[in-house]
Design a protein around this ligand. Structure first.
Ligand code: HEM
Length: 402
């Protein structure tokens, strides 16, 4: 059979894609639902954009998450790639079981007063400020504090410098010294793990302490897996939820009537629950699912994805698919049903979903109540979106009090 060619995406949509991927995604869903990008010297990358396809492939065992199948493709610090996001069964199942119990909804619910307390404290600090960066002043420290509390990271390592080190390791085009960020990261992990081995037990969940013991006592996790898992949780435990708060507040600023609906005294917990889901759908914090490659050939829309080729599942696009969601580009905080894929689907479904939802449920009403009237401090087109491979989030969300 002759190869089926797909049309080329318009250059203007491609150029605007970091700032606003949605017109590009709409084009893909319509014209090239299985789109391939082939470049010399690199593995082919397929982009899958329709809801039904993305959901089906998220559970399809023909797709592998083992980066060793495509050496050199998955970026990231050396020696820190052996964690559950990049594993197939049985390793995936073993590693997931080891961390899962710390994130079950019943346990996470106990954190609510602490989340509210930290959020209030951060808002106290900017109470008088005219200029605010919602990311640096609120979303980043709040979400990082929570994952540090769960892992059992001591307070002196819960700092902006630690966050910067973590974020520098995923910058696609590191402007600073990438080697240095990697060294700093390894030093941080050394300090954290040595602390656990010498009896540093801050109380609470102390997931990292539990993982260290699981490795030392029964060999349930190797040293490389332990370090990789600690790195993964520190990173995704805050990068994702920080984006939920940033993208969500931006969406509310662009939709004042919806924001007013949520802030109204009569708005009950039902609306808050659907609102968090809608903000997750509308501008999804994880835009593309994580690494997957074809473990065998797969037919999709008349085309063949060959073994070893990368398959990128566009969650942000699936969540705007008009075949699944009525009026998909509209923000409707009361939307039900809302079976978005913002947390993925199937065996790799987000472990932190209950935590992220709770943080959103606490943060949005508090922000609406305590920030008062605010507006963007620069035109929306100039906001600094981070050019990340998987995430969609702002480097800063500058606001000014009116
Ligand atoms: C709004 C916030 C969040 C969003 C949108 C989100 C989204 C996702 C998505 C889409 C996946 C599946 C990736 C894939 O299949 O390729 C995932 C997996 C995962 N998430 Fe989250 N996440 C969020 C918050 C968190 C938090 C707070 C944690 C806490 C540690 C976390 C930990 C994880 C882990 C460990 C996995 C891997 C699960 C596995 O591979 O079995 N996430 N997340």
């Amino acid at each position: 059979m002759p190869p089926v060619s797909t049309p080329r995406p318009p250059a203007d949509l491609l150029a605007a894609r970091v700032r606003d991927p949605y017109p590009y995604f709409a084009w893909l869903r319509r014209h090239a639902p299985a789109h391939v990008d082939r470049r010399p010297g690199r593995p082919a990358v397929w982009q899958v954009s329709r809801y039904e396809d993305v959901r089906a492939l998220l559970t399809d065992p023909r797709l592998s998450k083992d980066p060793d199948r495509v050496p050199g493709y998955v970026p990231g610090p050396a020696g820190l790639n052996r964690h559950l996001v990049h594993a197939d069964p049985p390793d995936h199942t073993r590693l997931r079981t080891l961390v899962n119990s710390a994130f079950v909804p019943r346990r996470i619910a106990l954190l609510e007063p602490f989340i509210a307390q930290v959020a209030h404290r951060l808002l106290d600090r900017i109470e008088q400020a005219v200029h605010i960066d919602l990311i640096a002043d609120f979303a980043a420290p709040l979400t990082f504090r929570m994952i540090c509390a769960i892992l059992g990271v001591p307070a002196h390592l819960d700092t902006a410098a630690t966050r910067d080190t973590l974020m520098a390791t995923i910058a696609p085009d590191p402007s600073g010294d990438a080697g240095r960020a990697e060294r700093d990261l390894h030093e941080l992990l050394d300090a954290l793990i040595a602390g656990k081995r010498s009896g540093d037990a801050p109380g609470g969940v102390d997931l990292l302490g539990a993982l260290v013991r699981a490795g030392d006592e029964s060999g349930a996790i190797s040293e490389e897996e332990l370090r990789s898992t600690a790195y993964l949780l520190l990173l995704v435990g805050h990068d994702t939820t920080m984006n939920l708060i940033g993208n969500g507040m931006l969406a509310l600023l662009h939709h004042p009537a919806e924001a007013a609906r949520l802030a109204a005294p009569g708005a009950g917990p039902g609306l808050l629950t659907t609102a968090v889901e809608e903000l997750l759908r509308y501008d999804s914090p994880v835009r593309d699912a994580t690494f997957r490659c074809a473990g065998e050939s797969i037919r999709l829309h008349g085309r063949t994805i060959r073994e070893g080729e990368i398959v990128s599942l566009l969650i942000g696009s699936a969540n705007r698919d008009g075949e699944r969601f009525a009026d998909p580009d509209r923000l409707d905080l009361g939307r039900t049903p809302n079976d978005h894929l913002a947390f993925g689907y199937g065996p790799h479904f987000c472990i932190g979903a209950a935590l992220a939802r709770l943080e959103g449920t606490v943060a949005f009403p508090l922000l609406l109540e305590r920030l008062g009237p605010v507006q963007l401090a620069k035109p929306a087109e100039e906001l600094p979106w981070r050019p990340a491979r998987v995430m969609r989030g702002l480097a800063a969300l500058p606001l000014v009090r009116r």
